[in-house]
Design a protein. Structure first.
Length: 277
């Protein structure tokens, strides 16, 4: 059985985010208080000050850099079997840890758990929009417990895009030997990771209740890497893992055709994060 002592939030801090304190406060307000630590590669004075203000351990990454390197380092900072990589711009609802622990304790061999989420745009919470509706529809098969074990089902879901919100994910490290994020992409690091993990024996535990808010703003790390053509090459690289080159090109073309309208609605992005679906 997993308990509050089994889980750690690792806040991945970078730059000088105006939203970091809000993220910290949301984790400190959990109904089930679990461990909280911070990690950073080159911590700004503001990051160090907030770590001291809230008495949170701050670990500094001296090794591999980049998003994947920082995420791998963050995973290593936790001493618990369950780890959530909390993104500094996002907010977690009070029952996030409680919901995740309860879900894990009904499973046989969970690989990871992820929750539904809302978007946070310009200070306003969006509980439903076109993108969220599509992602929830894609994940609907995983509402059935017995399908969470199916490698076929989760690979079919991921072959159409990435409906899993990375900061909503909690990893079960003891069931993921040898896993690490690959430092060969910018925008699709998470989608590529889910593809790799979808091949493993175990459960993708879906909690269809919004338990956090993912902030969408132009200064976010994801937004910055989605502004050029790198994303198309990355989308193709992941799609080929599911479809092969020819079919992947066809699927990617369908997404590209819909991108113009998505850009106008600020929903544009890679299939891997903001889903051109």
């Amino acid at each position: 059985m997993y308990s509050k002592d089994s889980h750690t939030f690792v806040i991945c801090a970078y730059g000088n985010s105006q939203y970091l304190e809000s993220c910290i406060q949301s984790l400190l307000s959990q109904t089930v208080r679990t461990k909280i630590v911070m990690s950073a590669s080159e911590p700004e004075v503001s990051v160090i000050s907030l770590a001291e203000k809230y008495h949170l351990p701050l670990f500094v990454n001296k090794g591999e850099k980049g998003i994947a390197g920082d995420w791998n380092f963050a995973l290593s900072c936790a001493e618990t079997p369950l780890v959530t990589l909390a993104h500094q711009d996002d907010r977690y609802y009070k029952t996030y840890a409680e919901d995740v622990l309860a879900a894990f304790n009904t499973c046989c061999r969970p690989l990871l758990a992820f929750t539904d989420y809302n978007e946070l745009r310009e200070g306003r919470t969006a509980e439903s929009n076109r993108l969220l509706k599509i992602k929830r529809l894609m994940l609907s098969p995983l509402r059935l417990r017995f399908l969470q074990k199916s490698r076929f089902v989760r690979r079919r879901i991921l072959s159409l895009g990435n409906p899993i919100c990375c900061p909503s994910v909690t990893f079960v490290r003891e069931n993921l030997p040898g896993f690490s994020f690959q430092n060969n992409m910018d925008s699709n690091i998470d989608w590529q990771a889910w593809e790799e993990l979808s091949r493993r024996k175990g459960e993708f535990v879906y909690i269809p209740v919004p338990s956090m808010e993912h902030r969408i703003h132009p200064d976010s790390a994801t937004s910055s890497v989605l502004k050029d053509d790198r994303r198309r090459a990355e989308d193709m690289a992941v799609l080929e893992k599911f479809w092969g080159r020819r079919m992947a090109a066809f699927v990617e073309h369908l997404y590209s055709s819909s991108e113009k309208s998505n850009k106008e609605r600020e929903d544009a992005g890679s299939i891997g994060d903001y889903s051109r679906i």
